[in-house]
Write a protein that binds this ligand. Structure first.
Ligand code: TUI
Length: 310
């Protein structure tokens, strides 16, 4: 099995989450320049936006980077073509199965890494030609599945031949070591990158992550089939209470329409959707991406803290 650094030509076995509206060329190039695999998050943007960001990223880094395609987006089919045309090296996908695009991406020599929340989906992806998978635990921010990272990683590692990259709940060296002990060969991080100097989000968003405690995230949209983990605020609490009262889905959707943009661009603390993982409570200060990666991987092969197991 190829190791993750060989697969992505990176210094560290770490990839960036494809955070919609957040993962621009600016963040992706910073991650790649710091030795990880940066990703442009296509999110709900159209194919032209993605093409422009790819070109910007090519100008900002000579290191490999990729594109994350959010498959629920109506623009996904067009974006699937753009990544081929623009010579993108790696594609990760989320919120669906990339099966119909796999053949064209493989033919173009693209490394394909679906993000999946369950073993069954991961096995399907491996059969269809995926080069690796990101196993995303429910601790993650944004759109999530049910299984925890702790339960998901060893089951996925046993079921697959391709490398498993762990996501959900990882923000420091202990998280990296834990998921490697569980069988992962790499990590994907999102939340810890929100609190970086290079992350192009409103300062209120960064401060909200930094101030969060372990219990400060909630999951909205469980009834809609697309559960989303966000930091607790007025809108999230209102959503949950309306949803318990049986308010119809269309009404709930009105409340959250445009809310991620309100968080990212306006820093609207009451009515924004501040997607972030449960590990927010561990993130205490804004650092550079380089500082985050260096502390995460410093001397990781010779971890000296004594683990007094027995
Ligand atoms: O995709 C993510 N995280 C995301 S996408 C996103 S944008 C969004 N905003 C509001 C509602 C929905 C999306 C914000 N965060 N992570 C990867 C991920 N993929 N998590 C879960 C899944 C997933 C779910 C179902 C992957 C495949 C899947 O397949 C279903 C099927 O059988 O096709």
């Amino acid at each position: 099995m190829k190791n993750v650094n060989e697969l992505f030509k990176t210094k560290y076995p770490i990839i960036q989450g494809g955070m919609a509206n957040i993962a621009t060329a600016e963040l992706a190039s910073a991650v790649s320049n710091a030795g990880g695999l940066g990703l442009i998050g296509a999110g709900g943007y159209d194919a032209n936006w993605v093409r422009t960001e790819i070109r910007k990223c090519q100008a900002l880094t000579d290191k490999p980077f990729g594109v994350n395609i959010m498959l629920m987006s109506p623009h996904a089919p067009e974006i699937a073509k753009v990544v081929v045309e623009e010579g993108v090296k790696v594609v990760t996908t989320g919120a669906g199965s990339p099966g119909i695009y796999m053949e064209s991406w493989k033919k173009a020599g693209i490394i394909v890494v679906p993000v999946v929340p369950s073993v069954a989906l991961a096995i399907r992806m491996e059969r269809q030609g995926a080069d690796a998978v990101v196993a995303e635990g429910t601790e993650s921010g944004g759109h999530i599945g049910e299984s925890t990272t702790m339960a998901l990683i060893p089951q996925m590692a046993d079921a697959l031949k391709i490398p498993v990259i762990a996501a959900g709940g990882i923000a420091d060296k202990r998280g990296v070591l834990a998921v490697f002990a569980l069988g992962a060969k790499g990590v994907q991080v999102g939340t810890v990158l929100l609190a970086t100097k290079e992350c192009p989000i409103h300062e209120n968003y960064k401060q909200k992550v930094i101030k969060a405690k372990d219990t400060d995230t909630v999951v909205t949209g469980r009834g809609s089939g697309a559960p989303v983990r966000v930091l607790k605020n007025k809108m999230a609490v209102e959503y949950l209470s309306m949803s318990t009262q049986g308010v119809p889905l269309e009404e709930l959707e009105k409340l959250t329409l445009g809310s991620l943009r309100r968080a990212v661009f306006d820093g609207d603390l009451d009515r924004g959707s501040f997607m972030a993982g449960q590990i927010s409570g561990l993130v205490k200060e804004v650092k550079t991406v380089k500082e985050v990666f260096e502390t995460m991987f410093d001397d990781v092969n010779n971890y000296k803290e004594k683990l007094e197991v027995m």
